[in-house]
Design a protein around this ligand. Structure first.
Ligand code: CAA
Ligand code: NAD
Length: 284
């Protein structure tokens, strides 16, 4: 496998979870954020998640401490240069992701595999910002990362076969289940899930039901663990808005277009759980 040290760029909702599961699997993990404030809140997020795992009997206090001992936080991108794999989980912006990987490409060791956790950009678009398109892949984790088993492995026309093998072994080594996907916007899950989530907002705009009743109906009627509007708050309305715009750009079909209400909520700073208010009020 050859992946012993992992770099994670971005320690938000997803980056924190990716760093947590890598460290819990015994891998040395370096996580990078843009500044010390975001880094400390990201590391605190990991701490809280591990605390929850201990409380739920999913891990021991000793393993929690050992996991934390394998995580190094930094704001210096250079500290990721000797990683065998670097996964980015930064904002869903093609420009930002390309800028990041172009910078990493200059200093990371030649064998380092680059991976994006993007929800909706194509991996090809991002890989072309580097000189290592053969060692570039998509590793799409699901929220919350410590709990959701799936990782979508996304190869481009340029990805080397050995990189597929190495990343498949990595995904299994961190206790996840890999599914191999083509490099289309949204891969498998979001290609199906995003239209459903956007339709839930449209149904609410059309007055089909209240926020609570739309969620309750899908939980009780279809057995979903979370209704769509709760899930949107969980994923992040800002992230969902970026995803919808990218998928609409790719497919040019109304079902991927962000509903006007979603745009208004994002402009109003209502990002969901992460900002304390979305379709629901989280009081913080
Ligand atoms: N580490 C390990 N296990 C943990 C954990 C952690 N940090 N935190 C929680 N768990 C475990 C709990 O112990 C529990 O396990 P058991 O069922 O064995 O007891 C399980 O995870 C569920 O956790 P909770 O009981 O705390 O919470 P819950 O039952 O309310 O479930 C949820 C929470 C897992 C988020 C559930 O509501 C759910 O699955 N929601 C749907 C999430 C979803 O759809 N995710 C995909 C979003 S789309 C995406 O991610 C792609 C994209 O690009 C946007
Ligand atoms: P988030 O807003 O919670 O976190 C993004 C983090 O990236 C922020 O903390 C930000 O400070 C940091 N960041 C931005 N630029 C950076 C840089 N150059 N270097 C280091 N850190 C930087 O977003 P998120 O929900 O974690 O999503 C991150 C990525 O994962 C996006 O591409 C998103 O589409 C994808 N994704 C999200 C989910 C989800 O449910 N939220 C699920 C799967 C994939």
């Amino acid at each position: 496998m050859g992946i012993e040290k992992v770099g994670v760029v971005g320690c938000g909702l997803m980056g924190a979870g990716i760093a947590e599961v890598c460290a819990r699997a015994g891998l040395e993990t370096v996580v990078r954020e843009v500044n010390d404030d975001f880094l400390s809140s990201g590391l605190e997020r990991i701490n809280r998640s591990l605390q929850k795992a201990v409380k739920k009997g999913k891990t021991s206090e000793e393993d929690r401490d050992a996991t934390l001992g394998r995580i190094t936080g930094t704001t210096d991108l250079g500290e990721l240069n000797d990683c065998d794999l670097i996964v980015e989980a930064i904002v869903e912006s093609l420009e930002e992701k390309c800028r990041l990987f172009a910078e990493l490409d200059k200093s990371a060791k030649e064998t380092t595999i680059f991976a994006s956790n993007t929800s909706s950009l194509t991996i090809t678009q991002i890989a072309m910002a580097t000189e290592r398109t053969g060692r570039f892949i998509g590793l799409h984790f699901f929220n919350p990362v410590p709990v959701m088993k799936l990782v979508e492995i996304v190869r481009t026309l340029m990805t080397d076969d050995e990189v597929i093998d190495d990343t498949r072994q990595f995904v299994e080594a961190i206790g996840k289940a890999p599914v191999l996907c083509r490099d289309n916007s949204g891969f498998i899950v979001n290609r199906l899930l995003v239209p459903y989530l956007l339709d839930a907002i449209r149904a609410y705009e059309e007055g089909v039901g209240t926020v609570e009743d739309i969620d309750r109906a899908m939980q009780l009627g279809c057995g979903h663990p979370m209704g769509p509007l709760t899930l949107l708050d969980f994923v992040g309305l800002d992230t969902t808005y970026y995803i919808a715009n990218i998928m609409f750009e790719e497919y040019r079909e109304k079902r991927f277009a962000p509903p006007p209400l979603l745009k208004q909520m994002v402009l109003a700073g209502r990002f969901g759980r992460k900002s304390g208010r979305g379709f629901y009020d989280y009081g913080s």
